[in-house]
Design a protein around this ligand. Structure first.
Ligand code: HXC
Length: 296
């Protein structure tokens, strides 16, 4: 499979992808760059961001700039968006991709665990959207926002409750601001991917399982996990000119998994306390490894 789009489709676009150093964010950032956009990526690990920027520019040329930032810090977000505006003018697009998540029985969560996820997904995505939106309105610029959600925004997901709650909130932000900011030419849409295996997500959602898609196909009528090109095509379509009337929507791309079998973690109710102890250890090990690389 490959791109559906002509070269240069996104020429003149300036797009920020939060959490763009790894995973789905890196994939979308690459497609925007390949299609001619100037790209900005942010995340908490400067070395990871810089390596990604180098890799993507090496492959496609163009410009990928990096900002090491924790989007939970509203002041730092506003400063970064100010710097991006000063660097080359207004952004034309924002992808709220940065997220935090791990599977856990909700009874075992601490307030700090809840806050870690809600801080990144719910608060952080709002801060970035707000920092861009107010500048777009003030400058009379159009903008397109895509938030990466999940199908749990419609039916919830046991064992990932802070993420489900936070992403459901962003779904309503998408709809609310599509109406409020429509008069300014600002569009907000969302994508609800089914399983598109990546290292960061799988270490925290399916610890011990490989990212080749085995073990993630059950209950998906298409019989497979998603392919990155499919996600990238949708993300680029939503950023391109020509669908200006499309706003306020959350589009599932999940092979009908959600419709057929809920697409969530209800199956984990079979795990024992001992299984959960093992999972928790594996997730914490992954968290610690990532944390050791952080620069903010
Ligand atoms: C219970 C846990 C835990 C676990 C962490 N915590 N892991 N609690 N079970 N397995 C608790 C900690 O004990 C601590 O609370 C609290 O969470 C905060 O942990 P920190 O490590 O201090 O926080 P922080 O460093 O900010 O890390 C945030 C994080 C981490 C969310 C916990 O996983 C992270 O940075 N993730 C970013 C990448 C990521 O998650 N990618 C996957 C996204 S997938 P106490 O009280 O104990 O100190 C996604 C949806 C995909 O979003 C959908 C697919 C279909």
């Amino acid at each position: 499979m490959s791109s559906m789009f002509r070269d240069g489709l996104l020429k003149g676009k300036r797009i920020l992808v939060t959490g763009g150093g790894t995973g789905l964010g890196k994939e979308m950032a690459e497609d925007y760059l390949r299609l001619g956009a100037e790209v900005y990526i942010c995340g908490r690990r400067k070395n990871v961001l810089d390596e990604t920027a180098k890799e993507l520019m090496g492959r496609h040329g163009g410009s990928v700039k990096t900002h090491a930032i924790d989007i939970r810090v509203a002041g730092a977000v506003d400063e970064m968006i100010g710097e991006i505006w000063a660097d080359g003018g207004p952004l034309t697009g924002l992808v709220n991709n940065a997220a935090g998540n791990f599977i856990s029985p909700t009874k075992d969560l601490t307030p700090k665990g809840f806050d870690a996820i809600a801080g990144i997904v719910f608060h952080g995505s709002f801060y970035v959207t707000h920092a861009c939106g107010k500048r777009w309105i003030e400058g009379g610029n159009k903008g397109s926002v895509i938030s990466i959600l999940t199908t749990w925004v419609w039916n919830g997901s046991p064992f990932t409750v802070p993420s489900a709650m936070s992403k459901a909130g962003l779904n309503i932000m998408t709809k609310s601001l599509a109406a409020e900011w429509g008069p300014y030419g600002i569009r907000l849409n969302a994508i609800a991917p089914g399983p598109f295996p990546t290292k960061g997500a799988w270490e925290r959602l399916s610890p011990g399982q490989s990212t080749d898609g085995d073990g993630s196909r059950d209950g998906i009528p298409m019989g497979r996990v998603g392919e990155m090109d499919e996600l990238k095509n949708l993300a680029s379509f939503l950023m391109a000119d020509g669908c200006d009337y499309l706003t306020g929507q959350c589009i599932a791309i999940d092979g009908a998994g959600y419709l057929a079998s809920g697409g969530n973690f209800a199956r984990l109710s079979k795990l024992s306390e001992a299984d959960w102890d093992k999972m928790r250890d594996m997730i914490r090990t992954a968290n610690e490894k990532d944390k050791a690389q952080r620069s903010v």
